[in-house]
Design a binder for this molecule. Structure first.
Ligand code: SAM
Length: 213
């Protein structure tokens, strides 16, 4: 993602009701703080939030939390949600490395990873959001048998992820190397990056995984 320093983005986030401040305060208390006590699905690296906002509209019975590292990107999502406010969506500006400081084991039912940054250099492998280090973090916040749903057009990242999944002892319940020409396309909600890559004709890979205990 091309990053521009958006002036005043930190102040905009601080003043926005959809952006949760000091998210560590919710750890272990998500079901108490949000009255409806809905199942929580999160997207890590949600960018401008198109996918998550569509999902929140389609599934009012799920509480969606979007996590994004950069203020300059998150403000774009906040602008969009202000135009069409939804009660079942919130955002957190944070590095997903710290995700276990925000959710207790079992508080998250599903994690979406969409078009995650590839970090192509070997020495940066542990920064990839599907690395074994991240899978361990996810294990510490997901419900038993909670799922991770990962889409990318980057075949090298997808192949790496399949290796990491195997190494970490997770099970693959769905895997396709060309989602848009597969039986799994029905009900697919496109992300911003997905729209761009599908237009270019890139095949989209998708996996659904869970960690059996
Ligand atoms: N998911 C969106 C989509 O499919 O259109 C955006 C994809 S973009 C390539 C990846 C996003 O992940 C960027 O906005 C980036 O800032 C964010 N990101 C990368 N590493 C992250 C991390 N460790 N924690 C939170 N967000 C991260």
């Amino acid at each position: 993602m091309r990053l521009r320093n958006v002036k005043g983005s930190r102040e905009t986030i601080a003043a926005n009701e959809f952006a949760l401040k000091n998210p560590e305060q919710y750890k272990g208390k998500w079901s108490e703080v949000f009255e409806q006590n809905l199942p929580i699905h999160i997207e890590i690296g949600m960018g401008k939030g198109q996918f998550l906002m569509k999902m929140a509209e389609l599934h009012p019975d799920i509480h969606y939390i979007g996590i994004e590292k950069y203020s300059s990107v998150l403000v774009r999502a906040l602008e969009k949600i202000e135009e069409n406010p939804l009660p079942n969506i919130h955002f957190i500006r944070m590095d997903a490395e710290n995700i276990t400081q925000v959710f207790e084991k079992g508080e998250v039912e599903q994690i979406y990873l969409n078009f995650s940054d590839p970090w192509p250099k070997d020495r940066h492998a542990k920064r990839r959001l599907t690395s074994r280090q991240f899978l361990e973090r996810y294990d510490n916040i997901l419900k038993d048998n909670g799922k991770i749903i990962f889409k990318t057009d980057n075949r090298a990242l997808f192949d790496f992820s399949l290796e990491e999944v195997k190494e970490a002892g997770w099970s693959v319940e769905l895997c396709t190397f060309d989602l848009h020409h597969s039986e799994y396309l029905e009900g697919n909600v496109m992300t911003e990056y997905e729209e761009k890559f599908v237009k270019k004709g890139n095949p989209i890979c998708k996996m659904v995984i869970h960690h059996e205990k």
